[in-house]
Design a protein. Structure first.
Length: 673
């Protein structure tokens, strides 16, 4: 039997970043002057925005600062605080742009330099972060937080001595800065000063005897020194304060394991998963422990859970394959080793394990082929080590990525049914635009609407009865009102009264409620009377597109119900949708909503670059179409252009599409190592 690779995780201690947030906000806000040019209403809006940040309502804060910037673009403070809100939404590139604008307006803006340094640090642009911290210190050398943040960057650059000095400087300025003691303890441990590290933890505990992080860090230091009983004592104290601290639960489990107290370790891994059922490391470590104590079937189930979260991890397939060999599931083991090899073709141990499985299955030819392949790879590695340039092998960097339990491919894989999709998250493209009836109810709902010149002209000519708007959001009219209004419009049509307008309006109501067949009939009737009716052309095209998508969604659900695993190929003919929107552009070449709809058709059809180019044209005509930034950002993610995606999604967020920030956090932020 081959020995299973053991990979018990020992968590590194957490580094504390100093941000302006909650109570920190109170400290810094009093330092940020509003400027003599700010009138009372602007100052009040700033206070509202700052309050929103204090209560973690970053999206509302951004909306407030947007309004101030529109009125007074020469003020530096709104850019700074909007950057602060973006920073807390993990929109680091957007924050950097705002801090930069604040600095251009006020070159001595200390906090803008400090927080831009934090944003650069999160982007792993350490040289830029250091430059900003140094500038901030030159402006104000008496601020403890900037030394503490510079120390974090120095530590990530591997300069632990410089980091320790900066933490010490921060503590000279503010001797009660508890996180600085904890971070300096980590630096001292890295520099081999175990006694100094423990002393810092003791000082942190003296400052706050209810700090689970301080006890947890001291426990970690004692674990590193193999003082396991003392480590357990500290972990117990930490968990009395915060029983759901999963890092400390994990650390205690690992300590129990080193003490060979397996039931206690197993109990702690299970407790971690009660706190966070998606924590892959806990499943992985529990699987290894279960395999060690002979609980093979449950160990396999834990590996199954990890693979659901990370299907590209070769180590899980390999270890699961070894367990399947133990229970004589040779076919399952063979498939797992094969999967490891398909992901990483130079995985020598997987070839040898598969060869052993083939031997057990009495397939001696297959076993011989795998052993030969393993020898060939090992020979190529030996030749590469000796400097042979022709010995092409897969790199160890690739191997590291493939065994990272939490690694994920940032790009979304497919364009399926108008959605950019990865294995675990589906993110919808913003839908096509249609012309809709604007009621007081829809205004109260705060839906995103656009009032372009064509709509305004129509509304003025009809004395706002009916009033139309253009939107891609579903309007939730009261059902009784909607039914009554449709009947009233139908009565007008029967009486031959304002037939064109009544058909357009009734069709838009049908389209909004998802009655696509009736909507299409009404829009076609409008076009029989007026073949160049701009709104009817666009709505007819959008109705057809939505109907196609609805039909496909039903087909997908049906295929899942009957158990079909094969992905349904998208084969939709969007020619009529394109034709309708192109006809709109023939009538009015700058009808931006028709351009947007065409871009959506390209995206749904998988013509990614054509879609991006068309969204770009949309924004050249109207730079405030939030949905165009959003959709183009998703397509940039698909192409792997994370920086461009971040710019677009940040702008979409500024313009009101708040889902942008969760996408930025998941797909655009630099991943933790």
């Amino acid at each position: 039997m081959m020995k299973m690779r053991t990979f018990l995780l020992s968590l590194s201690p957490k580094i504390y970043v100093y941000r302006m947030k909650k109570f920190g906000v109170i400290i810094f806000f009093c330092l940020a002057t509003l400027g003599v040019s700010a009138q009372w209403n602007t100052a009040n809006m700033l206070r509202v925005g700052k309050s929103a940040i204090m209560f973690d309502d970053y999206v509302s804060a951004i909306e407030n600062f947007n309004n101030i910037i529109r009125i007074k673009p020469f003020l530096s403070e709104p850019y700074f605080f909007r950057g602060l809100a973006k920073l807390n939404l993990d929109d680091f590139e957007g924050a950097i742009r705002d801090y930069t604008q604040a600095i251009e307006l006020n070159p001595n803006y200390f906090h803008a330099y400090m927080y831009r340094g934090i944003a650069y640090h999160n982007m792993k642009q350490y040289e830029e972060a250091m430059h900003d911290y140094n500038t901030a210190i030159a402006i104000n050398p008496g601020e403890a937080y900037v030394y503490a943040n510079r120390a974090i960057t120095e530590a990530d650059m591997g300069d632990y001595k410089a980091a320790e000095k900066d933490y010490s400087k921060a503590l000279i300025i503010d001797k009660n800065l508890l996180p600085a003691y904890l971070n300096r303890a980590i630096m001292r441990e890295k520099l081999g000063d175990q006694e100094g590290a423990i002393a810092d933890c003791n000082m942190a505990i003296k400052l706050n005897m209810f700090s689970d992080d301080a006890y947890g860090l001291r426990g970690y230091l004692r674990f590193q020194a193999k003082e396991y009983h003392d480590a357990i004592e500290d972990y117990n104290k930490a968990l009395k304060i915060n029983p759901e601290n999963k890092r400390i639960l994990m650390s205690r489990a690992i300590t129990w394991y080193e003490m060979k107290k397996y039931p206690e370790a197993l109990e702690d891994y299970t407790a971690v998963l009660k706190v966070d059922s998606t924590y892959a490391y806990a499943y992985y470590n529990r699987a290894l422990l279960r395999s060690e104590i002979g609980d093979v079937n449950n160990a396999i189930q834990d590996f199954d859970q990890v693979l659901e979260m990370n299907p590209d991890n070769i180590l899980i397939y390999f270890n699961r394959g070894l367990l399947k060999m133990e229970i004589k599931d040779y076919e399952g083991a063979y498939n797992d080793f094969s999967q490891s090899i398909s992901i990483y073709p130079d995985f020598v141990k997987a070839y040898l394990a598969r060869a052993a499985t083939s031997m057990d299955m009495r397939d001696y030819d297959a076993a011989e082929k795998d052993r030969y392949k393993a020898e060939e790879i090992m020979d190529r590695y030996r030749r590469m080590k000796d400097g042979d340039q022709n010995a092409l092998v897969d790199t160890t960097e690739n191997f590291k990525r493939l065994i990272d339990i939490n690694s994920r491919d940032d790009r979304m894989k497919d364009v399926i049914n108008g959605r950019l999709q990865d294995r675990n998250v589906i993110i919808e493209l913003q839908d096509m635009f249609i012309v809709q009836y604007l009621s007081l109810d829809t205004l109260r709902k705060g839906k995103v609407q656009y009032f372009d010149k064509r709509i305004m002209k129509f509304n003025q000519e009809h004395n706002y009865n009916p009033a139309l708007t253009v939107s891609n959001k579903k309007f939730n009219y009261p059902r009784e009102f909607e039914d009554n209004y449709i009947e009233s419009l139908s009565s007008d049509i029967r009486k031959n009264k304002n037939v064109t307008d009544a058909l357009l309006l009734r069709g838009s109501l049908y389209l909004n409620r998802g009655d696509y067949t009736k909507a299409i009939e009404d829009f076609r009737a409008v076009l029989e009377r007026d073949p160049n009716h701009l709104f009817a052309l666009m709505n007819l095209a959008s109705a057809r597109s939505r109907m196609y998508d609805y039909i496909e969604s039903i087909e997908e659900k049906t295929s899942r119900v009957v158990g079909e695993e094969k992905k349904v190929e998208r084969n939709v003919d969007y020619s009529l949708v394109l034709e309708g929107n192109n006809k709109c552009l023939e009538i009015d070449p700058e009808f931006v909503f028709a351009m947007f709809n065409i871009a959506n058709v390209y995206a749904k059809s998988g013509e990614i670059q054509k879609a991006i180019d068309m969204y770009t044209k949309v924004l050249e005509v109207d730079k405030d179409i939030a949905e165009a930034y959003f959709n183009r950002g998703l397509l940039y993610i698909y192409q792997g252009n994370r920086s461009a995606a971040n710019v677009d999604l940040s702008k979409a967020g500024e313009l009101g599409l708040t889902d942008s920030y969760s996408i930025i956090k998941r797909y655009c932020s630099v991943e933790e190592e």
